[in-house]
Structure formats: C-alpha cells, structure tokens
Write a protein that binds this ligand. Structure first.
Ligand code: NAD
Length: 371
C-alpha cells in the first residue's frame, strides 16, 4: 500500500466549491483502491488566509506544502480583497508557494474533448482531437526580475520598471522538462521566444538549442517567435505538440491555447519543481487555470472539471497512478458525451447542471468504469 499525502488548498470563491468535488473523488479512490491511499490535510490560502492571519499564506501552510506529495489548489482572490496591501493580496499566497517550492515548470495541457469541439471559438476541424502541452517557465522572467518598481522622477512624471531576466540554468531545466514530456507524446517541441528584439530571447534560443543537442537529439525541435506562435495557435493549433516558453509569453500563449478548447472551467494545470536526486520526488502543485470567479461564487454554478482534471494530473505526475488518471479523463469525456454541461460550456440541446451534479455524474461514471 502506498500512501500519498495531499494538501488541499481550496482558497476563495469557486475554489471552495470545486475542491469539494475533488474531495468526493479522493474518498472514492480511498474506498476502491487496495494499493494506494490518500492522506489529506486542508489549509487556508488567499483572501481567506488574509482574513484569519493577515497574510495570504502562512509559514505553516508553506511547510505543509513542502512535506506533501502534491498540493491541490483551488483559486484565490475576489473584490473584497482588492484594497489589501500589495504584499499580502490573495495572489501573493500562490506566488509564494510557487517560489518557495521552486515550482519552475508550469504544464498546461490544451485538450479538446470531441463533445466540446463546437464550443470552441475556432472551427471544429481545427480543434477536434487537439492535444497540446504548453510548458511555461514559472519562477523567473519579468514577473520576478529586479528592479521592479514605480519611481517618481524629478519632473513629477512616474516611471515603471519590470526586469526580464533569465540564466542558463533556468532555461536549461525548463527545456529538459519539455523534452522529457515530448518523448512521452509526439516527440516534438516548439521553443517560443523573441530573439529578434530581446536579449533574453537570444539566450533562450542558444540554451534550448544546446540542451537539445546534448540532452534530447532524438526529439524534433523547432524555434518559433512568440508572436508567430500566437498566430499559429489560432491558424493551425494541431501543428503543435509541446511548446516551451518563458513566464510572460507562457502566461499569454497558454490562455490563448485554452480558448481553442472551450472554457476556462475545463482547464487544469500542474506546476513542478526539480526532481530530488535521491528519491526522484518533485514538489508539485496542481490547480485549475481559472480564478475564483466572484460573479458566480457561492451559487453552485462553477464547472468543477478543471479542478478535477488537475487532481487527475496529480495522480499522473506525483502519485504514479496513471490508470486512475486515465479513468478520470475517460469519466470527464463520458459525461460530456452524455450531454451534461455547466453554464460555461452550455450548448443548445444539452442538459444544464450545477457544480455538484457535474461532480456526481463524474463519480458515477468512475464507478462504472472501475467496476
Ligand atoms: P476568473 O477565471 O475567476 O473568471 C473569468 C470568467 O470565467 C468569469 O466570468 C467566471 O464566471 C468564468 N469562470 C471561471 N472559472 C469558471 C468555472 N470553473 N466554471 C464556470 N465559469 C467559470 O477570472 P477573473 O474574473 O479575471 O478573476 C477573478 C478573481 O480571481 C480575481 O481576484 C483574480 O485576481 C483571481 N484569479 C485567481 C487565479 C488563481 O487563483 N490562480 C487566476 C486568475 C484570476
């Protein structure tokens, strides 16, 4: 029997509602499996942590996250915390977890379920069967580089500075993650940067090329300018398998790829750290791409699929439970094929359901599939 320690951080808004559905799946697997057991602990993060502790994440919570096999994260934020000091705003909790756990690799799959191909803003033939993995560098680049400031100049004007900064080591380790993933998929990596106008783009290109030569000559590598990548994602997204890119471009390109697949409510993600040399274990945090959706929070309307699929990724990448992860993917595809839809993915002629009904349907499918 292998025990997996999960830290559940529902956060704020719909994070609380979608995490409740994940907890039902955890209970299901605990009952069903004689080989794997989940031990779970929960804590506050984001606005709810700020309200209780005055910070968006406590040291204790970070320590629990480090000691877990995987963190399952809901979402943070909401208008009631818009005016709290910048350093303790809800998002600071997530940024600190990413930084302290050194989660440098953000994996964002963009998969188009056949039943949802018509919900995409792109034509069915462009997105049907789409399966892309965007690998975004998460702990470096312009979101963290110093100086990062707004200064008032002598003439009263203000000047804002963000610093885009990358080192060889940071680029090399993210490139290796992309090449490793590609080997398990269609063996193709596109590396997106702006070498034509940015020094970090020149270095990115050089280091990815060198890493490819020394580490993964068996994988097909193509370099692409990030703006062209944005265009190609809309023109012909199926040409891509794995796209590796920096923090800023990854933020934008992964949201764009996401829209090809339908809704924010469908999109999971994983953030991984380096593998421990002795145990091979990686720090890991799994979270839906969407935020706390204050407009629908507390109404039982949220689509829980992104959070459930994030839990599925945790089974795949942190718990070596590939068969169970495949079951979750099949159960999601199954309920969609049955015509069940939350409001965000509603289409004419389909059956509209709420958060817990969608969770129940996925659970029922799982029970059938696992029987
Ligand atoms: P959002 O993702 O919360 O919502 C955008 C739109 O998509 C809303 O109309 C919302 O109702 C809808 N939506 C999102 N997830 C859905 C789901 N699962 N089911 C159905 N509909 C869904 O983005 P936002 O409105 O820009 O931000 C709201 C708050 O969330 C802000 O405070 C923001 O800072 C925060 N945020 C947090 C994270 C995170 O925790 N990782 C990410 C993005 C935004």
């Amino acid at each position: 029997m292998t025990t997996h320690k999960l830290l559940l951080l529902p956060g704020d808004g719909i994070g609380i509602e979608t995490m409740a559905e994940v907890e039902r799946l955890i209970a299901f697997f605990n009952k069903k499996s004689s080989k794997n057991k989940f031990e779970t602990e929960s804590d506050l993060v984001g606005g709810s942590a700020y309200d209780k502790h005055g910070v968006a994440v406590t040291d204790t919570c970070v320590a629990k996250a480090k000691a877990s096999d995987a963190v399952i994260f809901g979402a943070v934020g909401g208008p009631q915390w818009d005016k709290v000091p910048y350093a303790v705003r809800p998002e600071a909790g997530l940024l600190r977890l990413r930084k302290d756990l050194d989660l440098f690799a953000n994996l964002r799959p963009a998969i188009c379920y056949p039943a949802l191909a018509d919900a995409s803003s792109l034509k069915r033939e462009l997105v049907e069967g789409l399966d892309i993995m965007i690998v975004r560098e998460l702990t470096g680049g312009v979101y963290f580089g110093e100086p990062k400031e707004i200064v008032t100049l002598e003439d009263g004007q203000k000047r804002a500075v963000d610093t885009q900064l990358y080192t060889t080591r940071e680029i090399e380790r993210i490139a290796k993650v992309a090449f490793d993933l590609a080997r398990k998929r269609s063996n193709k990596v596109h590396s997106a940067e702006k070498r034509n106008v940015m020094k970090t783009g020149v270095l990115w290109n050089e280091v990815v090329t060198a890493t490819h030569k020394s580490y993964a000559p068996d994988v097909e590598l193509q370099h692409i300018l990030a703006d062209n990548c944005a265009m190609q994602l809309v023109r012909n997204p199926k040409q891509f398998d794995v796209i590796v890119t920096d923090n800023l471009f990854g933020d934008v390109l992964s949201d764009e790829a996401a829209m090809a697949t339908g809704s924010l409510g469908m999109l999971p993600s994983a953030s991984l750290g380096a593998a421990d040399e002795k145990t091979g274990k990686r720090m890991a945090l799994y979270e839906p791409v969407h935020g706390s959706a204050p407009d629908i929070a507390g109404k039982g309307l949220a689509n829980p699929i992104a959070t459930i699929a994030s839990f599925g990724m945790a089974l795949r990448y942190s718990c070596a439970m590939t068969a169970e992860a495949d079951l979750i993917d099949k159960a999601i595809a199954g309920v969609l094929a049955d015509g069940l839809r939350t409001g965000d993915i509603m289409q004419p002629g389909m059956q509209k359901v709420g958060t817990s009904e969608m969770g129940s349907a996925i659970l029922a499918k799982l029970e059938n599939l696992a029987a």
